[in-house]
Every structure is written in C-alpha cells, then in structure tokens.
Design a protein. Sequence first.
Length: 276
Amino acid sequence: MQTETKLLSGALGAEIKGIDLTDISDENFKKINDLLLEHKVIFFRDQPLTAEQHIALAEKFGPLETHAYVKGLENYPEIVRIIKAEDEKNQWGENWHSDVSYNFKPTKAVILKSLKIPPVGGDTCFSNMELAWETLDEKIKEKIKDKRAIHSSLGAEFFLENYKKMEGNKKKNYDEYSSEHPVVRTHPISGKEALYVNDGFVGKIVELSDSESKALLKMLYDHVAYSVNIQCRVRWEPNTVVFWDNRIVQHHAAFDYSPSVRKGYRATIQGEVPTL
C-alpha cells in the first residue's frame, strides 16, 4: 500500500495514511521512524491497537518507561491511562510541556492512542522547539545558550490529587526526580538545536538569580505558547494514534470539552541524556 502524507502545518505535524501499525517489521519501523524525524509529530487514523500491540510497536523505538507517579495497566505497566472523567474539573497535560523532562534520560518519543473522545474539543496542540529556538531574538539566544535549568517532578503531586481516575502508584518521594539539563539541546540525529525548557517542570535557570530566571523563563514560555506559526493541532477521532518526538516538541492538551469524557493510552520510550 502506498504511503500518503498530509501536512498539518508548515511548522510540524503530518497525517499518515497507508501504514498498518500492527506491522512491526524492520521495514515498516524505518518508514515510521523516518516520518517521525521529518515531521516531528505524526498521526494515523483507524488503528485499533490492543495494549499488547501498542507495547510491541513502542518497543521498536527503544526501552519503555514506567511512570514515576501514575500506575500503568494491570498487565502492561508501561501503558499509562490518560483519563478525564465526567465529574473532574481538571485535565492532565493542560499546560505546555515536554513529558517527564525531569528524568536524567528524558522521554525520547511518545505514542498516544485515543480510546474515547469528547463530541467536540479535546484537541492536542504541538509546538516545534527547533523553530522556537530559531525565532528567538539573537540577544536572548546569546544569554541562554550555555545555561542549564533545573527540571523537577514536584508538580506531579498535583496530578495525583486532582486526577482521581488516574490512579497513583503510591509513591510519595517527590524530591527524588530532579535533573539539570541544558536550556538549549542538540537533537542526537538531526544535529539541530532546540529550546529545552518547559512550563510543566522547569522552575529555575541555574546560573541566573531567582528574579532574572523567573522573568526570562516567563518570556520563553510565552514564546512557546503564543507563537502560533511554530505550532500544529491534532483533532482526535476514536483509534487515532499520535507519535511525537518529545526531545524537540512540546504539547498542550486543550481543555475545552467539560464535562465530557476523554480517555487514551500512552506509552513512552526512554531517551538519552540531553546535551548542547
């Protein structure tokens, strides 16, 4: 079957047709991986993967992660249930962020499958951090390029207290997960530089004073959130599967569908230590 690609925007993102995600042959994996590297976010419609097939697909990209705070499926602990129930007033991921960037080896890529979607709304927005870096003012680039930032999991407690349907794994050591990473990282395959701070987990640039760091981070977060020319938006349908390169992409789950229900399954692949 011939592969078709439909771009979501000029910045990143593409819908892919003509690929069966249950085919985990080396040839099919290469097609998917090449498309992911090219478009940074790719999605596939009508892919009713079982949990076992989801895991098998994700394992082609590397070792899988288990979440530090959220309990996985009973027989598939690497799969996290992303759930917003009807009676809940919060949604997981409703700020711009890069998944588990507080890990020493943060997530390389994410594979998220939709199970139940709201009748309207609930899109996921993505932002290209290579373009975020390229479009920064040169003076700001010079100021931050050699800096490092603290990524902390302290906010994860908020997740467990506010998302009751997403069962925790009873871990309470919130100080355990914290890492310093470069503010600008180099992609290990493309060699391109990308902005690597996010509003979800970064609270401090190490070499700056608290006040200077706070002001600069706010400016960078606003740049990511409001630069619509570096973004794309995925509209979910049942059995849609989305891949994204978590090293160079941030995402934001739009919460515009309350009180409807939204549910998906997520697998994440461990990456490498970020370097400048």
